[in-house]
Ligand binder design. Structure first.
Ligand code: SAM
Length: 197
């Protein structure tokens, strides 16, 4: 580990946003998972969350299937696994996160109407069936990216990027990237983990 590399690690960690995260609910295509994690790294998500897809092919959250498209981002954004979406939503709410389900419902609002400077988790749904109704009901808000085309939905990684960069925009305006959001002790602990994995 060179001093320059360690300085870069500290620089990146000083921008990390421990109060911004995503919960991927059975997102099952490795290239989508990779692209979401790569966006998480870019906006400063410290840790992501996922409910692994049921049945079928298991996605390797420990790294291998991320490699092709994440550009190694999976090394810098650990993904914590959960058993089910509703339980994960409640866990994250208990930790103080508002959960925003990307879901079309009676109570959906435009994703730009939400305050992302609050501790926020964006719940993303599976490619085929989206966010389940129960998890969407348990979420604090349902949000949508308005669309005016013939196709009904965006690719999940595109939706994630659109919303996370709105969160980044609001947090930049609020000065949340100007000073470390991690405590000194947390910053040193993460730096050690990144430097000596
Ligand atoms: N047939 C599914 C449905 O009815 O929800 C489509 C799922 S879409 C391909 C996969 C995921 O991308 C969604 O669960 C959501 O997380 C995200 N997504 C796609 N389009 C979106 C939009 N316009 N607004 C918000 N999220 C969107």
């Amino acid at each position: 580990m060179t001093p320059e590399r360690y300085a870069k690690i500290l620089r990146v960690l000083s921008k990390r946003q421990p109060t911004l995260t995503v919960l991927m609910d059975e997102v099952n295509k490795p290239h989508n998972l990779s692209a979401i994690v790569r966006t998480c790294d870019a906006v400063g998500v410290l840790q992501a969350h996922a409910v692994p897809p049921r049945g079928g092919r298991l996605v390797d959250f420990d790294g291998h299937t991320f490699e092709a498209t994440s550009g190694s981002a999976h090394k810098w954004v650990p993904v914590q696994k959960h058993e089910g979406a509703v339980g994960a939503v409640r866990d994250l709410q208990a930790q103080g996160f508002q959960v925003l389900a990307t879901h079309l419902s009676q109570r959906s609002v435009d994703y730009r109407e939400v305050d992302y400077t609050r501790p926020t988790c964006v719940l993303l749904g599976a490619e085929k069936w989206g966010v389940g109704d129960e998890a969407a009901d348990a979420a604090d808000h349902n949000i949508i990216i308005p669309m005016f085309g013939m196709v009904q939905s965006l690719n999940v990684s595109v939706a994630a990027a659109t919303i996370l960069f709105e969160a980044q925009r609001q947090r930049l305006a609020a000065g949340m990237y100007d000073a470390p959001q991690l405590s000194e002790a947390e910053l040193r602990r993460w730096a050690f983990e990144w430097a000596y994995p």
